[in-house]
Design a protein around this ligand. Structure first.
Ligand SMILES: [Zn+2]
Length: 166
């Protein structure tokens, strides 16, 4: 379903991008897809958003080529995975300016090095693909929810690795 254009400047890449990911919830759905959440029920239980809204956003992301849907599982496409720097920038910006509690950290799967704010590995200097990152929970996790995505993220979890529920 095509959304109406809300941003009039058609030649602005930011405005055009916001037409895809600017809707409420959309970037959180994309974030969960980076964590490896693939099933509608897992996304629904982790995000706690109305099913109709989730279905609408997922269908739109599929139609825009950000996600694919196969056998009832949603997965980021190559185009979708290119949104990782956007998510990463929000992780670092939000962590620096908006949060006052430690949040999860990321390490390079190959060498175990911490990832710096410019996405570079502080140990080996590479800029790993998102699938080569391991998300580590904060030392004192405050999230006590028991949905499959929350459970998976309470342990070190390789990004994009499918989260299997049940
Ligand atoms: Zn490294």
């Amino acid at each position: 379903m095509a959304l109406p254009r809300e941003y009039p400047d058609e030649n602005c890449p930011i405005a055009r991008s916001l037409e895809i990911v600017g809707e409420r919830w959309t970037l959180l759905i994309v974030r969960d897809a980076f964590y490896g959440a693939r099933r509608f029920s897992d996304l629904h239980n982790h995000l706690g958003i109305p099913k109709a809204v989730l279905a609408d956003r997922l269908a739109f992301l599929v139609s825009e080529g950000v996600l694919t849907k196969q056998a009832n599982e949603y997965e980021l496409t190559a185009k979708g995975r290119q949104l990782w720097p956007v998510i990463w920038s929000m992780i670092t910006w939000g962590g620096e300016h908006l949060l006052d509690k430690p949040t999860r950290t990321y390490r390079h799967a190959d060498c175990g090095g911490a990832i710096g704010r410019d996405r570079g590995c502080l140990r080996c200097g590479q800029v790993p693909e998102v699938g080569d990152l391991v998300a580590h929970p904060p030392r004192r996790p405050r999230d006590s929810r028991d949905d499959p995505v929350s459970e998976a993220l309470r342990r070190p979890h390789r990004m994009l690795e499918p989260i299997r529920s049940g």
